[in-house]
Design a protein around this ligand. Structure first.
Ligand SMILES: Nc1ncnc2c1ncn2[C@@H]1O[C@H](COP(=O)(O)OP(=O)(O)O)[C@@H](O)[C@H]1O
Ligand SMILES: [Mg+2]
Length: 296
């Protein structure tokens, strides 16, 4: 946690975000990158550039604090298991209603070093070496209590070391195998029609794969289809030989990707519908920044 939060600059960014949400003017926000569910904003300040990830609005300060300590614990446990994590700090501000807006803030790292990009631009030899290092990290870190969403867009390769970025939703489970994350809060970005369905029946199934190395690797490999580097799959599978039981096959990878793509497509479509409903029908502010449409 090696940097000083640029408090006033983040506050100014949040003011712009609130304005953008009210006016649906996202186009003016400086976007650094995006994941499946969030936009990552870029903040340039006199103290350097930062990546700012806006969290769902917390109902209270206590609930924000719980999330903050969960993120801190997650980072510590990953680092203890040998995974270097981008220095991360949480920022918050109280709304007049008593609710709390939070951001996960990191130093902006060099986007050219994002592994999903390097898999496209570097040689097959680099990719093979990356995969070997990646596999060792996953096998060393993932347990039934510590999960990892290890897709290529969550890693940077900096000075020969893989650095993990995606800690906004800590994947930690308690001894009874329940998510310690306030899943309900993070699902508030889902359209209301889906919330109960997802919460009640699917949570465990959706998250299970992140808590065992085989599932994490399968998900990573499936995602190579989305990143348009599926040609790397056979080499990576050869390098995984003997590591997993039952062995991972390319058919399984493709099936995993199709299933995942379908789920995210449905979710994205429903979110857009929900946003339309908020803005056009109810004439209210839709409270989330959605990433642009991803071509699958
Ligand atoms: N610290 C950072 N520096 C530079 N770019 C970043 C940083 N963190 C995230 N990004 C960019 O934003 C994208 C999404 O960030 P991530 O933390 O993985 O959020 P999500 O949970 O939405 O996947 C990354 O794939 C990357 O392109
Ligand atoms: Mg991500």
């Amino acid at each position: 946690m090696a940097f000083v939060l640029p408090e006033r600059d983040i506050a100014a960014l949040e003011t712009r975000v609130q304005h953008a949400l009210r006016t649906a003017g996202h186009a003016e926000l400086p976007v650094l990158g995006f994941g499946e569910v969030t936009l990552v904003l870029r903040l340039d300040t006199a103290q350097g550039s930062f990546a700012c990830k806006r969290l769902p609005v917390f109902p209270s300060y206590d609930s924000f604090r719980r999330h903050e300590s969960l993120v801190e614990e997650y980072v510590q446990r990953l680092e203890k298991a040998g995974v270097r994590v981008a220095a991360t700090r949480l920022w918050h501000t109280r709304l007049p209603s008593g609710r709390v807006v939070g951001y996960c803030v990191q130093e902006a790292l060099d986007g050219d070093r994002l592994c999903s990009r390097l898999l496209r631009t570097e040689s097959g030899a680099w990719a093979g070496d990356f995969y070997t290092r990646f596999l060792a990290l996953v096998e060393g870190a993932v347990t039934p209590k510590v999960g990892l969403d290890a897709q290529a867009s969550n890693w940077m390769d900096l000075d020969g070391e893989l650095v993990y970025l995606d800690v906004t939703t800590p994947l930690l489970r308690d001894t009874r195998g329940r998510e310690r994350l306030d899943v309900r809060l993070f699902f508030t970005s889902l359209p209301w029609i889906l919330r109960d369905v997802v919460r009640l029946s699917r949570t465990r199934a959706i998250f299970d794969k992140f808590y065992e190395p085989r599932g994490v690797v399968l998900d990573f490999l499936g995602n190579l289809h989305k990143e348009r580097v599926a040609h790397l799959v056979p080499d990576f599978l050869a390098r995984s030989e003997g590591r997993f039981l039952p062995p991972v096959t390319s058919e399984e990878v493709a099936a995993c990707y199709r299933e995942d793509a379908r789920m995210w497509e449905v979710l994205q479509a429903l979110k857009r519908a929900d946003r339309f409903w908020h803005r056009r029908i109810r004439r209210r502010t839709y409270p989330f920044l959605l990433p642009p449409r991803v071509h699958r």
